[in-house]
Design a protein around this ligand. Structure first.
Ligand SMILES: C[S@@+](CC[C@H](N)C(=O)[O-])C[C@H]1O[C@@H](n2cnc3c(N)ncnc32)[C@H](O)[C@@H]1O
Length: 329
C-alpha cells in the first residue's frame, strides 16, 4: 500500500464512526485495501501510542513472561505487532488474533505472519475464545466504545485467563474513565504495572475529581511533520498530528517490580511565567503541584520538552516540587 493507493473515502467513513463512538452493530471492514489504508494512517498513529506505552513498561522494568499473546479486536493488527515487535517474537509461544470481522482477522494474521516468521500466528480457532487455555498476554486496543455489554463480558472472560493484560484507548475523557472502571473491576488478582505507581483505587474516579481523566500524550516521529502525505492525512482526517493522547492499563498477576515512591503526571504540564503546574498521581492520591522556575529551571524545561512518559520521583514541600528526577532515564 502506498499513499497514492489509499481509499480516502473509506478513511473518512472510519473517522465518522470513531467520532460517533457508538457500539458497533457488526463488522465494518469492507476490503483488504480498506484495512491496509487504516493500518498505514490511523493504525500507525495508534502504533505511536503503543510505542509510548511500551517505552514506559520497559523502563519500569516489565516484560511479558511468554505464552500465547492474543490481540483481541485486532483490526489491522497494529497493536499486537507493536507489542510482539518490541519484546521479540522469540518471547512468545504463539500469537492469536481475533476480530469479529473475518477480513480484519485474516489481514492481521497475514501481516503478523510476515513480520514474525517463525512465530505460530493464527486467527482464534473455534472454541479458543470460549475455552480455558491460559493466555500469556492479552492485548486490547481502541475498541472499548464499540463494545456491547455482552462483548465486554467476553473480554472479561479472556482477562480472567490471562497472566498479563495491556489495554490502550484513545485518551478521551469517556474512554479513559471507562478503562479506569475496568481496572477497578478486574484488578483483584493482578498487580497494576502502569500507569499507576500504586495499588490504591484510582483517585481520579473518586469524588471531587470528575473533571479529570487519566491520559498521557505520545510523541509522533518528528519526520511526519515534514511529510506532505502525513500533513494531508491530518487535514483530511481532521486530526492535529501534534497531539496524540492515550490512556492505558497494564496488569500482571506475577509482577514483583514497581516502586510506590514514584509519581505519574497526568496529561500535560502547564507552563506559566513563574512556574509549571501539573496534575500528579501517586500513592497519596491526586494533587495539583507546582514547580517554581526560579528554583528548578532545568526541571521546568525538561517537563515542557521531554518526549518520555512523565514518571518522576519528587522531593516535595506540600504542593510545591522542590526537585525531581525522571524514573525513566
Ligand atoms: C477502532 S478498531 C481498532 C483496531 C485495532 N485494535 C487498533 O488498535 O488499531 C476496533 C476493532 O474492534 C473490532 N470489534 C468491535 N467489536 C468487536 C467484537 N464484539 N468482537 C470482536 N471485535 C470487535 C472491530 O471490528 C475493529 O476491528
Amino acid at each position: 500500500m502506498t499513499w497514492a493507493e489509499i481509499d480516502w473515502t473509506a478513511l473518512g467513513r472510519h473517522r465518522e464512526r470513531f467520532l460517533g463512538a457508538a457500539p458497533s452493530e457488526g463488522p465494518y471492514w469492507e476490503s483488504e485495501r480498506d484495512l491496509a489504508g487504516y493500518d498505514m494512517t490511523f493504525g500507525e498513529r495508534i502504533g505511536w501510542k503503543w510505542d509510548a506505552v511500551l517505552d514506559e513498561l520497559i523502563i519500569r522494568g516489565w516484560k511479558p513472561d511468554g505464552g500465547t499473546v492474543v490481540d483481541w479486536g485486532c483490526g489491522s493488527g497494529i497493536a499486537g505487532r507493536r507489542v510482539v515487535g518490541r519484546f521479540g517474537h522469540g518471547n512468545f509461544k504463539s500469537m492469536v488474533v481475533w476480530d469479529h470481522s473475518p477480513l480484519a482477522a485474516d489481514f492481521a494474521r497475514t501481516r503478523a505472519g510476515a513480520a514474525f516468521p517463525g512465530l505460530d500466528v493464527s486467527v482464534a480457532p473455534p472454541g479458543f475464545l470460549q475455552g480455558d487455555e491460559p493466555i500469556g498476554l492479552l492485548v486490547v486496543s481502541h475498541v472499548l466504545n464499540e463494545l456491547s455489554a455482552a462483548a465486554l463480558g467476553e473480554v472479561g472472560e479472556l482477562v480472567a485467563r490471562s497472566r498479563a493484560v495491556l489495554w490502550t484507548e484513545p485518551g478521551s475523557r469517556d474512554s479513559s474513565r471507562a478503562l479506569g472502571a475496568l481496572r477497578e473491576k478486574w484488578v483483584g488478582p493482578f498487580r497494576v504495572v502502569a500507569p499507576c505507581t500504586h495499588a490504591n483505587p484510582c483517585p481520579i474516579l473518586g469524588p471531587g475529581n470528575e473533571r479529570h481523566w487519566c491520559h498521557h500524550f505520545a510523541a509522533p516521529p518528528p519526520a511526519i511533520f515534514a511529510d506532505s502525505n502525513w500533513v494531508k492525512f491530518g487535514k483530511r482526517a481532521g486530526i492535529d498530528l501534534r497531539s496524540c493522547p492515550y490512556s492505558f492499563i497494564a496488569l500482571d498477576r506475577d509482577w514483583t517490580g514497581g516502586s510506590n515512591s514514584l509519581s505519574r503526571v497526568i496529561g500535560r504540564p502547564e507552563d506559566f511565567k513563574p512556574y509549571v503546574r501539573l496534575l500528579n498521581c501517586d500513592s497519596s492520591g491526586l494533587a495539583e503541584l507546582t514547580v517554581m522556575k526560579r528554583n528548578c529551571a532545568a526541571l521546568c524545561k525538561e517537563l515542557a520538552k521531554t518526549r518520555r512518559p512523565l514518571v518522576y520521583e519528587w522531593v516535595r514541600n506540600g504542593a510545591t516540587i522542590a526537585s525531581g528526577s525522571s524514573a525513566l532515564r
